[in-house]
Ligand binder design. Structure first.
Ligand SMILES: Cc1cc2nc3c(=O)[nH]c(=O)nc-3n(C[C@H](O)[C@H](O)[C@H](O)COP(=O)(O)OP(=O)(O)OC[C@H]3O[C@@H](n4cnc5c(N)ncnc54)[C@H](O)[C@@H]3O)c2cc1C
Length: 612
């Protein structure tokens, strides 16, 4: 039993439903820029990645956790099997699914690439961080580098010859990235001496690739303070001309709560004054804007990590609940002779499982929705399509990125906690994967900008973009969707709740505007997370209810082979909407009361401070 419960699983049926039955990815296939992709190609990729994830990296997940990374003679050794997995990954080409063929990739839709990423992260999230970060570095260089930089780095990264990292954080500059002090001093020919120390760098060193390309945020002489003064540099670990070390020293690696297979390093650049980097592109002080390109994709990637680990934890818990026999059915609870039943038959275990299913499928749906906005924008660009339509899709992506990052990561962790609860004591010990899933997933709400930073990005930047048109379009879509769902009587009460939630969101967005105008910025900081959560619950409900409607159309015949799957979608949608949407309306009311207890409590009212 243990063997089976511990195997990695992903719900390919649900992925196919979202891609093809709900979000209509099929419309985009066979046309630019996805002209070389057909439905069969997507199916083959999904099956292939799933098989690879189960066979190659899934079995290394616990090994990575238990053995972890080791720093030996200044170099990081990754856990056993990671090197072979890296080679096998790049041979299979799974990493380049969404990368253009011009740069060595397969040019597929982002929706497919992200679903492949779900499987890779779900099977082994620590391993998947190495190629994930490298891909992000390739994307930044492709987008902003000079032709010579693209030629020197991109293909090598896409094919796995080089790894990559993103070096923002310094000991005193975490959320406050603009406080970074690493210096870049020009030495001519577009080159700079780099001098500084970066901390918490994922994949900061490893033995998987021939070289590692660090993207380093640093400050040039006379640069203004804050993020405006930051420039971005390409800093290879080893010199490209074969002359050896580029004076990048791995000082230490962290001992962490989870993702132990991923090396998190303190990197010292220029200890001996010999670290040379080159500016990305030709213009200084563009670092944050360039990094943002990578950060957007990386933030979606972290949302996918949350989904992936939660999805794996849910399916393990489901499998276990079907096998673990404990106690009689509650219908016979006073009968000592009643047969014992699998815990799946107990109402509270069913409730926990349905709750997990609804959240996993809702978050997956939200991620596919975001990806399809990206893909539709790309298709419109490729065909010279309508500028307003492109702007609409881009705007929805802008709006949804912080929501996906924060909600998927918070909920992802919570779902793994619930998976442990379903397992009972067996979930708390290391024989089963759920305790690792729980430890691995905590960091998702912290890195790539903490979830509070995401909430500030949403209310402080994204709501106001394009004069507020992005949120207006989101709410208009909700109303249109409600019209088409109303004809489905079983869904109607939930649809009414969704409309009320949309109203509440609109009012709360206006409240933020009022607070901005009245200078009540403390309230913005206080309520930003709540607003993000309200928006996430509304968006997830809309995705689930739409899916439930599609599912109803599919269950026409009593003997439909997938009848139970479609029924499951409807139950999950209704469970989630009725449970989560009332909180959106309550949240708006609560914001209206401008409750300030967290602000007004005196510092010493929290308890005796150590410094008293
Ligand atoms: C395992 C791991 C891997 C990482 N990988 C990388 C990497 O590859 N590259 C990289 O550059 N960094 C990486 N990081 C660093 C990560 O991005 C930072 O930890 C994160 O940005 C938070 O910074 P901090 O830890 O300094 O926390 P702090 O910024 O000190 O934040 C502490 C708390 O205060 C809150 N807070 C901080 N400032 C504000 C504010 N102005 N307003 C309101 N609340 C605030 C935060 O939300 C948080 O709750 C990694 C971290 C970890 C743990």
């Amino acid at each position: 039993m243990t063997q089976d419960v511990n195997r990695y699983r992903c719900d390919l049926r649900d992925i196919r439903f979202l891609l093809f039955e709900q979000f209509g990815l099929g419309d985009l296939l066979g046309k630019a820029p996805y002209q070389d992709w057909a439905r069969e190609d997507v199916d083959a990729v999904l099956d292939g990645v799933y098989q690879w994830a189960c066979d190659v990296i899934g079995p290394l997940n616990a090994v990575g956790d238990r053995v972890g990374c080791v720093l030996e003679n200044g170099r990081v050794k990754t856990p056993p099997g990671f090197k072979e997995a890296w080679r096998s990954l790049y041979q299979a080409g799974w990493r380049g699914l969404g990368v253009s063929p011009e740069h060595g990739g397969q040019g597929g839709p982002m929706a497919v690439a992200l679903m492949a990423s779900e499987m890779m992260s779900g099977a082994n999230t620590a391993f998947n961080m190495y190629p994930g970060l490298a891909q992000g570095v390739g994307e930044v260089i492709t987008a902003f580098g000079t032709p010579a930089q693209v030629a020197a780095y991109t293909r090598k990264i896409v094919t796995g010859a080089y790894g990559g990292t993103m070096c923002l954080t310094e000991a005193h500059a975490g959320s406050d990235v603009g406080a970074a002090l690493t210096r870049a001093t020009p030495i001519g020919d577009g080159k700079y001496h780099i001098d500084g120390t970066k901390v918490f760098i994922s994949g900061g060193d490893h033995d998987l690739a021939d070289n590692i390309i660090h993207l380093v945020l640093a400050r040039t002489p006379d640069a203004p303070p804050g993020t405006k003064g930051l420039s971005l540099f390409i800093v290879p670990r080893d010199r490209l001309d074969g002359s050896g070390s580029n004076d990048v020293i791995t000082q230490s690696i962290e001992h962490k709560m989870g993702i132990n297979g991923s090396a998190t390093a303190v990197l010292r650049f220029g200890e001996n004054g010999n670290c040379v980097g080159e500016l990305v592109g030709t213009e200084e002080r563009r670092g944050m804007a360039q990094m943002f390109k990578m950060m957007n994709l990386a933030r979606i990637g972290v949302g996918v990590q949350g989904l992936a680990v939660a999805g794996a934890a849910y399916l393990s818990a489901l499998e276990y609940a079907g096998q673990r026999v404990q106690g009689p059915s509650i219908k016979a609870w006073k009968d000592a002779n009643a047969p014992k039943v699998p815990i799946l038959q107990h109402p509270n275990v069913r409730r926990m499982l349905l709750d997990m299913k609804a959240r996993v499928e809702g978050i997956r749906g939200l991620i596919v929705k975001l990806a399809v906005h990206l893909d539709r924008a790309a298709a419109l660009r490729a065909s010279g399509g309508d500028a307003a339509a492109i702007e609409y899709h881009d705007g929805q992506v802008d709006l949804l990125v912080p929501v996906v990052k924060a909600y998927a990561s918070d909920q992802g962790f919570q779902i793994t906690v619930n998976a442990i609860q379903v397992f009972g004591g067996a979930g708390y010990i290391k024989d089963h994967p759920v305790e690792q899933h729980c430890r691995d997933s905590k960091v998702f709400s912290i890195y790539e900008g903490t979830n509070h930073i995401q909430a500030l990005d949403l209310v402080g930047r994204k709501l106001g973009l394009r004069g507020g048109a992005n949120l207006q379009s989101f709410l208009a879509d909700l109303r249109r969707q409600a019209e088409s769902l109303r004809g489905d009587p079983e869904l109607a009460p939930a649809v009414d709740r969704m409309l009320a939630a949309g109203e509440a969101l609109g009012q709360s967005a206006m409240r933020f505007l009022g607070w901005f105008q009245q200078g009540k910025t403390e309230l913005i900081g206080l309520y930003a997370n709540r607003f993000l959560e309200m928006m996430a619950r509304t968006a997830v409900s809309s995705v689930l209810l739409e899916g439930a409607h599609v599912a109803a159309r599919a269950i026409v015949a009593d003997d439909h082979p997938d009848r139970a799957y479609y029924q499951g979608k409807r139950h999950a949608a209704l469970h989630y909407a009725h449970l989560e949407l009332p909180g959106v309306v309550d949240g708006a009311r609560f914001m209206g009361e401008e409750m300030r207890h967290s602000l007004d409590i005196p510092d010493s009212g929290f308890g005796r401070l150590v410094t008293d």
